[in-house]
Design a protein around this ligand. Sequence first.
Ligand code: 8DG
Ligand code: MN
Ligand code: MN
Length: 362
Amino acid sequence: CSMSCCKVTEKSDEGVGGSDFCSLSGVLYGSDAFEVLAESYEFNNMEGPCLAFRRATSVLKSLPWAVRCLGATQDLPCLGQPTKKVIEEVLQCGRSFEVEELLSDERYQTFKVTVHKCVWGWTKDGEKWFCRGLRSFSDILTDHSIHLNRMQQTGFLHHGDISRAVSAAEARSLRSIIDGAVHCVTPAATVALTGGFHRGKEFGHDVDFIVTTPELGEEESLLPNVIDELKEQGILLYCNYQASTFDMRKLPNHHFEAMDDFAKCFLICGWRAGRWRGGLEGGAVDLVSPPVDRYAFALLGWTGSRQFERDLRSFARVERGMILDNHALYDKKKKEFLAASTEKDIFAHLGLEYMEPWQRNA
Ligand code: 8DG
Ligand code: MN
Ligand code: MN
């Protein structure tokens, strides 16, 4: 390919989050196409190819220029043959036949409806339901031989609430509600918006908050009290609370993909305008409350994106001989934990230039 066909669009310094990636996704509907492919592998319990497509999306999204010919992707990492095939198809024909075939595939469609992203670990059950010929929510709900666990019942019950994306404006209005509830319980507590909205995304599948107290140990009663407060305010539709199992003596954690052991809750709160419940619609909310000396690590971990975290951790391990997770940063050579009170401290320990949350949308 001659460089003349690889038009380079300079990335603007202005605007955060999604706007940075528009140059690419506009040309490459392949960016979304990869997500369809990744999902389809996810539904088939094939983690390898699923991750490969997600990684490819991240690489393409992070480019400061738009891909206009296959040659331009030659030196990019993480793009295997299957990804290149899709890119080529999209560039040549303006569409991907493989993706379109999937989109109209009965199995894919069924899983998309019944194995909703918001609710974890449905794939195995989804498989069972599919094999039994069940194709929709009502098929599943009316089959009385099926036992749904509490999380699944919630998913079905609140599907209308949690399936509509939350907007940045809705996240902001929830933030003042959560702020109010937290400060009512513990005036000195801190509340930070984390997850996708902290990265400047316009829409999200939930809203993530991290809360902590200035006194070490006080955070233990924080979430249960906040939950009671939200209940009293009448906005709590569902709550799944997990107490902390965090223990510094269990660190460093060698399990690479592990989440964390802090106290957390998955909530469905009704706070936004919508079609349900007389005009008040729900949405999914994650709250996590680490002890204050773990705050920076938890904030870095929960800000995501998942792909960014994966890459940062593997960079720490491979390039720096350090173990990074949501709890701590451990230097294997010095055999010591490195303290951090801000995300900047962690980047500095890793010998990296600080990256703003909106630059972590990989
Ligand atoms: P989205 O909600 O808009 O889809 O995007 P997101 O905000 O980036 O994704 P998320 O699924 O809400 O997760 C936000 C970050 O939280 C992500 O990097 C993974 C991280 N995370 C942990 N531990 C845990 C955990 O125990 N549960 C959940 N749900 N997320 C966790 O680091
Ligand atoms: Mn989120
Ligand atoms: Mn979340």
